[in-house]
Design a protein around this ligand. Structure first.
Ligand SMILES: NC(=O)c1ccc[n+]([C@@H]2O[C@H](COP(=O)([O-])OP(=O)(O)OC[C@H]3O[C@@H](n4cnc5c(N)ncnc54)[C@H](OP(=O)(O)O)[C@@H]3O)[C@@H](O)[C@H]2O)c1
Length: 295
């Protein structure tokens, strides 16, 4: 199994590109992909459910128009959530399904929608309470042998759930919610496990889904913005960059999955990898997030 995928320093999330956010036209998606490639960012993060099962297709329209992009980009997508939507009338209840049958079907759907022959990284989106690791591993092996998927990972898994699957099939990431607004991974063992397994954790919603910029009432966001201000002045940086530099500082090698659909914001974010906060600055921001000093 190909366990050698190297992610770009910043993964570009596409969840908000379509009907769940910016409603980008195909030509705008194309410009955004080219813009990311110009910045050296070639990883794009999808899920079958984004845009109520429409976003992969939106992206795929560009790939069909520009097949040259296939060799330039790396695609992560996810399966396993069954969402209620008129686009999937057979789904009567929101549920998870990690079974081999659903896995094989989902991957074929994603390949068709994205217009690619191979998915670089396939993630099980959320831990299915009914998951049978042997069934999943069999499906993964079959997909890998068929050349449909290069490598596998999981998302939102606890350390025990990760071990259960990783014992059968090498996982290359656990995509987790990690940000100054969401600190669980620093203390629940998931980041430590990635370090021990020498895999890169990927961090969704690095800006709390935008809450850090927009929520005027949220005390935690207010404290973080206040603590970040002197650092923004010291490093001549934006708040986005400080938040990303804070993630980059962690020795687990966290790779943020950025949610912006704006080229200018992606350009700014791409510079954060070159910043180096000090230990004390990192803890200053931690303290602001938690609202008290470390014990
Ligand atoms: N595995 C999972 O369970 C899971 C769950 C959620 C998301 N994800 C992945 O993670 C990616 C990122 O998640 P996210 O979209 O929640 O991430 P995020 O980067 O925390 O938030 C993105 C939002 O913040 C806004 N934003 C960014 N910079 C801003 C600024 N300077 N001022 C004001 N608003 C700003 C963006 O608006 P603009 O577009 O206008 O910049 C966008 O609405 C998703 O695209 C998806 O691929 C995975």
């Amino acid at each position: 199994m190909d366990n050698q995928i190297t992610f770009s320093p910043l993964i570009i999330g596409t969840m908000r590109w379509g009907v769940w956010g910016a409603k980008l036209e195909t030509s705008e998606v194309e410009q955004l992909i080219d813009h990311c490639l110009d910045l050296g960012l070639r990883d794009f993060d999808h899920a079958d459910i984004y845009g109520h099962y429409t976003e992969e297709e939106n992206f795929g329209r560009v790939i069909k128009r520009r097949p040259d992009l296939k060799s330039k980009i790396q695609i992560t997508t996810k399966y396993g959530i069954k969402m209620i939507t008129e686009n999937r009338p057979s789904h009567q209840i929101k549920s998870y399904n990690s079974s081999k049958e659903h896995l094989l079907l989902s991957v074929d759907n994603s390949l068709r929608a994205l217009g690619v022959d191979q998915i670089d990284v396939l993630l099980l989106h959320r831990p299915d309470l009914l998951m049978n690791p042997h069934d999943i591993a069999e499906g993964y092996e079959q997909l890998h042998q068929a050349g449909k998927v290069r490598s596998f990972g999981v998302s939102n898994f606890t350390t025990h759930q990760f071990d259960l699957l990783n014992d059968l099939i090498p996982l290359i990431t656990n995509q987790l919610e990690i940000s100054l607004l969401h600190l669980d991974a620093f203390q629940d063992g998931t980041l430590t496990q990635c370090q021990r397994s020498k895999i890169s954790p990927t961090a969704w919603s690095p800006f709390g889904g935008g809450r850090i910029f927009t929520d005027r009432e949220d005390e935690q966001s207010i404290r973080i913005r206040k603590a970040a201000q002197p650092l923004m002045e010291k490093y001549d940086a934006t708040l986005d960059q400080i938040l990303l530099a804070w993630l980059y500082k962690h020795p687990a090698g966290i790779i943020p999955v950025l949610g912006s659909s704006k080229p200018e914001r992606i350009t700014v974010a791409a510079q954060a990898q070159y910043m180096a906060l000090s230990h004390q600055e990192w803890y200053k921001l931690w303290e602001a997030s938690v609202g008290q000093e470390v014990p």
